[in-house]
Design a protein. Structure first.
Length: 342
């Protein structure tokens, strides 16, 4: 019985680490843009499938799509007559460099098929850049709209991403090798090295996000935008760029969770939505704004899923998904009175 308990605890912590990256992605995006991004799980899918494609040596189709989108928006920015000639030159140089990075990483991964870390880099760059495109194409034009409109927009993005993943990579699941094969025995429990990598990368990503937010000027600008969007704009912070960056960070974190999870469950077009919803469960525990509470939430969700799989395996996802109802009711009950009145 003790062996089973320890195994379930280890499995729950591993699952929680994956959902933690998605929860942080949702919080970063919501605090800056006020978008509850239903499509967040699809970045998990796109990250995993583009990684599998890059490993096979085929040119990353997602990178080509992203590069085309970046070029189109670069032309749009340059055509903006309100910008000075100097600003337009800077835009051209920055956008060209960005496009070259996206294409170069995908091209290098295709030249060296099987290069694990090149494939990781190509997938993360392409998926993070796609997050920026998604913001500019769907959220930026209606950034002043109500939260419900932004929520509906994110549902549309989810549907487009979901169909795009099937169109590019097909419906067949793709196996992905782990970072390191094998594992080690911790007492009576055998833990794979991939599970340890998942936990290590998740902790590293969280620490990096904290240092970026607290110790860098750009991170502080994002915090200012999250605290008061209008005030940040009056202080000269480009809130549009802040939104793009938040979507890029969120997409990159979610793609990383897809890369880490794919060796355990295989990469497939339908893997993202359940992971995104479980990440939302964890993020909702902190009102989608509190990082520490969200970290507690991911452990709660991961352990609940693990123990549910042992007790009622056929309903483990149902149990986890139903958690969102009491969490949202509790969050509504603990809101301050002025928030209810508003």
């Amino acid at each position: 019985m003790l062996d089973t308990l320890l195994f379930l605890l280890a499995d729950g912590v591993t699952n929680g680490a994956v959902y933690g990256l998605v929860a942080l992605s949702l919080i970063v995006i919501y605090t800056v843009t006020r978008v509850v991004n239903i499509a967040q799980g699809e970045y998990v899918t796109l990250g995993a499938l583009s990684f599998a494609g890059a490993l096979s040596g085929s040119f990353n189709v997602l990178s080509a799509i992203v590069a085309g989108g970046l070029a189109a928006f670069a032309l749009k920015d340059v055509a903006d007559r309100r910008l000075s000639a100097t600003v337009r030159v800077r835009i051209i140089l920055s956008r060209v460099l960005w496009i070259l990075v996206v294409l170069a990483t995908a091209w290098a991964a295709s030249l060296l098929p099987g290069s694990y870390w090149l494939a990781v880099l190509a997938s993360l760059v392409a998926t993070a850049s796609l997050g920026t495109l998604a913001y500019r194409l769907t959220v930026e034009p209606v950034s002043g709209a109500s939260p419900i409109v932004l929520l509906i927009v994110s549902v549309g993005v989810y549907m487009v991403f979901h169909g795009t993943a099937v169109m590019i990579w097909g419906a067949e699941p793709r196996s992905v090798p782990p970072v390191v094969d094998g594992g080690l025995t911790l007492g009576p429990v055998f833990v794979t090295y991939q599970s340890l990598w998942i936990c290590a990368f998740s902790v590293l990503a969280m620490i990096t996000l904290y240092l970026f937010s607290e110790r860098t000027l750009v991170g502080q600008a994002l915090q200012a935008t999250a605290a008061n969007r209008t005030g940040a704009q009056l202080c000269g912070i480009p809130v549009s760029v802040a939104g793009q960056l938040s979507f890029a960070i969120g997409a990159g974190f979610s793609a990383l969770s897809g890369l880490l999870l794919a060796p355990l469950v295989t990469a497939n077009y339908d893997m993202g939505f359940p992971i995104g919803l479980k990440g939302f469960d964890a993020a909702a525990l902190g009102g989608i704004v509190e990082y520490p509470t969200a970290l507690f939430g991911v452990l709660l969700v991961g352990l609940t899923e693990s123990f549910s799989a042992f007790q009622v395996s056929a309903f483990r996802d149902v149990v986890v998904f139903l958690m969102v109802i009491p969490i949202l009711l509790w969050r509504n009950a603990v809101r301050p009175p002025e928030a209810h009145e508003h």
